[in-house]
Design a protein around this ligand. Sequence first.
Ligand SMILES: Nc1ncnc2c1ncn2[C@@H]1O[C@H](COP(=O)(O)OP(=O)(O)OP(=O)(O)O)[C@@H](O)[C@H]1O
Length: 561
Amino acid sequence: MGFFYSFVASMLAALPFWLASKAVIFAYKNINNNNFAHFKPVFILFIALALCCGLRFLFLYLKAKSQESIGFQIAADMRLEIAEKLKKTSMGYFSENNVGSLLNAVTTELSMLELQSTKMIDVIINGYINFVVLCLFMLAIDWRAGVVIFIVGLLGTLIIEQINKKSRQNSDIANHIQTKMANNVVEFIRGINVAKTYGLESTVLDGLRSVFGQSKRIRLKIQAKFVSINSVLLLLLDSATVVTILICVCNQQDNQLSLNFFVTLVFFSYVLFNSIKEMPDATHILGAIDDNLHHLKQLDKMPLIDMAGADLKINQYGVEFKKVGFGYEKEKVLHDVSVVIPENKTTAIIGPSGSGKSTLCKLIARFYDCDEGEVLVGGHDVREFSYSSLIKNISIVFQKPYLFHDTIKNNILFGKTDADMAEVLRASKKACCHDFIMQLPQKYDTVLDEGGNSLSGGQKQRLSIARAILKDAPIIILDEAMASVDPENEWILQQAIASLVFNKTIITIAHRLSTIQNADQILVMDAGRIVQKGNHRELMAEPGIYRDFVNIKEKAKNWQL
Ligand SMILES: Nc1ncnc2c1ncn2[C@@H]1O[C@H](COP(=O)(O)OP(=O)(O)OP(=O)(O)O)[C@@H](O)[C@H]1O
């Protein structure tokens, strides 16, 4: 419908020329006649002119209403589709330099689609319709003019096709540099604190400057190419206008055309040619949009992890690794891991840095799928679950918790979205965060900065524990939850964790000797293998990494600073 409204609106743009020329010629002929009755037709013509303008605006309004929301709707749907996919995507996808690409897709590429696509399609379709109308019009008046317009149209179409092809190729290059820019900006923002600490802001900025410069050069080059092809087309169209007018003048002199028809024709052809002149720009933009769509389609290839899962309910909450092998890239980081983590017991994992402790935990929550063997939760392979039915059973407290730019209450509610305020308060008190929340100006309605940066590390951690308490999952993974907390906060955090872990299956990557010593089972990892297993007493009785580790810890305890 939108294209129809648009076509009628552009035809209504021509009619006023006919009416105006008729009125001017009439008024000119009667200029020496003082009888105002002779001017009546002129007034009628002007009323018709005003009506035309009014109708044109009405059709333009209808076109805008029916067309312009389409782009926004499509872009909104696509953004939601991408978000849905990201929910089911393997965590590996986010670490493999894809953040910039995603950012570019969701912001720049989709913005172009929502703001420009319908407008540009409209320009092109109308351009072609106008061209056909012009062609027929000219053929009816003078076949020579018709043939000239037809040949110009054919040549123009070839040039426009060339512009489209080039724009698609160039858009690929532009997208590549756009993604590179987004990656660099993300990297810059993430690393600015470290760079400042070492006084290296200008070095980091140099990297950004270089990629911005690259982007500018590429865009200028693309624009220069477009401008040169476009100029040929504009020259062709302008020449065609001149030739058309010339033919009309010749016809007028032969008295084959009325003056009114002549004036209308000259202006009308000018208007129609002008609408055709908008086509190269539109084609250029559509070429880029087309490439963007192709790029967005690539997101369909995101590695999904939730393809064949079912909504499973389990009634025992032990975890088991059976001959598990895994590597992030080619290199394996876990080798033939087989171990049972019993339900309602605490299992501590220790080992040197890089030995695979966190990786082991990530496989339980299916951040990644193992390459060999199976990981079982409640007796089922994690791949049998739908992601939501698996993660319902697991809470993870990370070393660096993430809080959203939202109220404290909503951040806690993340653990159980349908919980009421009484449940939030209970969880918050158990996690020892109620007191500090009540001291904030808006209490539970205080809006946190993105990442929760207005809170201390310990406060953020306790809020994330409140979230986990509210979720009340039977399996808790504590990924070095105490590691970044100062000794003053350690005691209070310990209390919060004690409320969380009561009567649950606990898997904890721990550094504190007391946590490790009290664990029911200790797994010692080295270079991606479980090299020792047992409780504190059993492991202290045998030589190995564990006994060395405990001895070093004991010695460190006696150090005085
Ligand atoms: N996202 C990733 N992509 C590629 N390699 C990774 C990734 N995460 C970890 N690794 C590698 O996998 C190995 C095991 O890492 P993991 O984080 O599991 O060890 P860890 O024992 O938890 O170490 P730490 O105690 O230092 O946290 C390391 O060699 C690490 O470099």
